[in-house]
Design a protein around this ligand. Structure first.
Ligand code: OAD
Length: 253
C-alpha cells in the first residue's frame, strides 16, 4: 500500500515561487512500460552494460550495440508518457524558475511537454557521426540497415547517448549543477542514485540548503540525506503532491 503524506513544508514550497529542480531516472518511465536498469527484470539483468554501453563495446561490435539501441528506440516509440512525466511538466507550467535534469534517453519527458530540460545521458533519438561529428535527430522507430551511416560523409553513426567511461555533456551538466545550487526545492525521482556524476546533483542540492525530496518505492543510498522520502510509484506520488498543492495537472503543453 502506497502511503503519500507530504509534509506541510513540502506543500508550502511547492505552492511558492522559489526555483525548482527535478532530477529523474529510469523509474519515472517504469509506469509507461519501460524497464529500469537495476530492478528485478531490469535491463542490466538481461545484458552486461559493458557489452552494449561502452565505447569499447561499440568499437568491437557496432551492429550488436546498435541492435540493443534500436530495440530500445522501437519500444520507446510505442509507449506513452505517464502521469509522472505530466506532473513534472505541470510544475514547469506554473512559470517559476524550473529545470528538469534527466538521465533518461527515451524522450518521454519531452513528449509530456517538458521544455526546460537537460539530458545528462543524451537521447535515443539523436545520432552522431563517428567520422565528421555531425549530430541530428532521427525519430524513426526502426533504423535499417544497422549500423546506420552518415548522409554527409558516409562515416558510421553512433547512438547519441552517453556511455560508461564517457564524460557527461559539459554545458548540460554545468547547467544542472547551477540549478542544484540555486534550487529551493529539488525532487529526485525514480533513480537508484548509484550512477555518478548524475547522482552528485542531489548532494549539491542538500549541501546548498535546498529542500530535497526523494520519490521512490524503495530506499536508496541517498535516502538518509534527503529532506523527505516519499515512498511509492512516481506516477501516483507526483500527481498526489500536485493535488495537495493545488497545481493543475493539465496546464502543461
Ligand atoms: P536504475 O535502474 O538504477 O534505478 C531505477 C530506480 O527507479 C530504482 O531506485 C527503483 O526503485 C526506482 N523505481 C522503479 N519503479 C519506479 C516508479 N514507478 N516510480 C519511481 N521510482 C521507481 O536507473 P537509473 O537510476 O536511472 O546509464 O540509472 C542511472 C543510469 O544507469 C542510467 O541512465 C543508465 C544506467 O546504466 C547509462 O546507460 C550510461
Amino acid at each position: 500500500m502506497t502511503s503519500i503524506v507530504p509534509s506541510a513544508r513540502l506543500v508550502g514550497l511547492l505552492q511558492g515561487r522559489g526555483p525548482v529542480l527535478v532530477l529523474t531516472g529510469a523509474g519515472v518511465s517504469q509506469e509507461s512500460g519501460i524497464a529500469t536498469f537495476r530492478d528485478a527484470s531490469g535491463i542490466w539483468e538481461g545484458i552486461d552494460p559493458m557489452q552494449v554501453a561502452t565505447p569499447r563495446a561499440f568499437a568491437a561490435d557496432p551492429e550488436f550495440v546498435w541492435r540493443f539501441y534500436d530495440a530500445r528506440r522501437a519500444q520507446a516509440a510505442t509507449v506513452e508518457p505517464n502521469p509522472a512525466h505530466h506532473a513534472v511538466a505541470a510544475i514547469e507550467a506554473t512559470g517559476r524558475t524550473f529545470l528538469l535534469a534527466t538521465q533518461n534517453v527515451d524522450g518521454l519527458h519531452e513528449r509530456a511537454g517538458s521544455r526546460s530540460l537537460v539530458r545528462l545521458h543524451g537521447s535515443l533519438w539523436r545520432l552522431r557521426c563517428t567520422r565528421c561529428g555531425d549530430e541530428h535527430e532521427d525519430l524513426r522507430p526502426k533504423l535499417a540497415p544497422l549500423p546506420p551511416h552518415c548522409a554527409a560523409c558516409g562515416g558510421m553513426l553512433r547512438p547519441g547517448v552517453v556511455w560508461f567511461e564517457e564524460p557527461l555533456p559539459m554545458i548540460e551538466f554545468a547547467r544542472a549543477e547551477r540549478a542544484a545550487r540555486e534550487a529551493e526545492l529539488v525532487f529526485v525521482v525514480g533513480t537508484s542514485s548509484l550512477v555518478y556524476p548524475a547522482a552528485s546533483l542531489q548532494t549539491v542540492g542538500v549541501s546548498s540548503g535546498g529542500y530535497v525530496v526523494e520519490i521512490n518505492p524503495v530506499r536508496t543510498p541517498f535516502s538518509d540525506d534527503a529532506s523527505e522520502h516519499l515512498s511509492g510509484p512516481a506516477g501516483v506520488v507526483l500527481p498526489a503532491l500536485l493535488k495537495a498543492a493545488g497545481i493543475p495537472m493539465d496546464r502543461a503543453a
